[in-house]
Design a protein around this ligand. Structure first.
Ligand code: NAP
Ligand code: GCO
Length: 287
């Protein structure tokens, strides 16, 4: 196999969960460009239709349907439908996720459970549903959406961090249990990326000044910028392709250097450097 082929996924069926927009849309677009047949789900028909429209604008023919990743019944029905209509799922990207930013002592058990159910139980249910087909086929790729919060904590994100830490260990466990069937399970660990999920952390203040968290993250990131969804597309392709067949159980962080860097005094940042990028960012916040 030539080097270029190693990074292609021609004819593979790739399921990206929660891929109507955000990082999921980027992952799906990247894999489609490298030859994959894309299937995606989202939590309701409006979002699925929004996603189908986005993919159509990109010239991509994809399959999309409603599926709540926290429902074992809906997940199993989705996989059965795809396997009957399109074929065995070769690549699963467990991308769907939510976050609730609430101080732990104020978080209700219901709020905690909602985050754990989407961010940890969802990947368990979706992986469990696709593994039998991968075992039968003799190959498969499962890629989980980890996070800086798979390694670090911060105020107000206890449920999310617990879920993403657990997802790191689920990644290692799927590797351990199913590596013998030529199935690789790894994780993408994004830093802080400009998507609707992080929009509240970047929104301008009432007086037009930078959000304090925006300044903070830039002071913690050597690149002094938020990631863009396109920054993660290459890693999604790599982990979905034959080029990564001997990589298993790994979380690969794509964070602009956050985890390597103590950070600088946020007050020392030169805001004028960020003007052009902010324009681009407003588009994401408006999405
Ligand atoms: P996002 O913009 O909030 O998109 C998440 C997608 O998942 C949305 O389409 C969402 O639909 C969907 N979803 C939520 N609950 C679902 C469920 N029960 N079943 C099916 N779909 C569901 O998030 P993102 O920023 O693209 O992030 C994608 C993944 O990467 C998440 O797992 C996130 O934790 C992780 N991540 C993000 C960052 C970042 O900086 N953005 C960094 C590290 C890791 P709704 O619109 O209904 O919520
Ligand atoms: C937050 C952010 C982060 C990012 C991401 C970082 O509130 O701190 O939402 O959790 O989403 O997970 O890697």
């Amino acid at each position: 196999m030539g080097m270029m082929e190693k990074f292609r996924v021609d004819g593979k069926v790739a399921w990206i969960t929660g891929a109507s927009y955000g990082l999921g849309l980027a992952y799906a677009t990247a894999l489609a460009e490298m030859g994959a047949k894309i299937v995606f789900n989202d939590i309701n028909q409006d979002l699925v239709d929004r996603g189908l429209n986005e993919y159509k604008k990109l010239g991509l023919e994809v399959y999309g349907a409603v599926c709540d990743v926290t429902s074992e019944e809906q997940v199993n029905a989705f996989v059965k439908d795809v396997e009957e209509k399109i074929g065995t799922i070769d690549i699963l990207i467990n991308n769907a996720g939510i976050i609730k930013r609430i101080p732990m002592i104020e978080m209700t058990a219901a709020q905690w459970n909602q985050v754990i159910n989407v961010d940890l139980t969802g990947p368990f249910l979706c992986s469990k549903a696709v593994l039998p087909g991968m075992i039968k086929k003799g190959s498969g790729k499962i890629i989980n959406a980890c996070s800086m919060m798979s390694e670090l904590g911060r105020e107000t994100v206890s449920a999310y961090a617990a879920a993403k830490g657990g997802l790191k260990m689920l990644t290692k466990n799927i590797c351990s249990e199913y590596g013998q069937y030529n199935i690789q399970c790894n994780a993408i660990g994004p830093g802080y990326i400009a998507t609707p999920q992080t929009a509240p952390l970047r929104a301008k203040q009432a007086d037009g000044s930078m959000h304090p968290f925006d300044r903070f993250i830039r002071s913690k990131t050597p690149a002094q910028r938020w990631g863009k969804t396109e920054d993660l597309m290459g890693l999604a392709v790599f982990l979905s392709s034959p080029a990564s067949d001997f990589i298993n159980g790994q979380v690969i962080y794509i964070d602009g250097g956050i985890l390597a860097y103590l950070g600088q005094d946020p007050s020392q940042l030169d805001e004028s450097k960020f003007k052009e990028e902010e324009e681009q960012d407003i588009k994401v916040i408006d999405e």
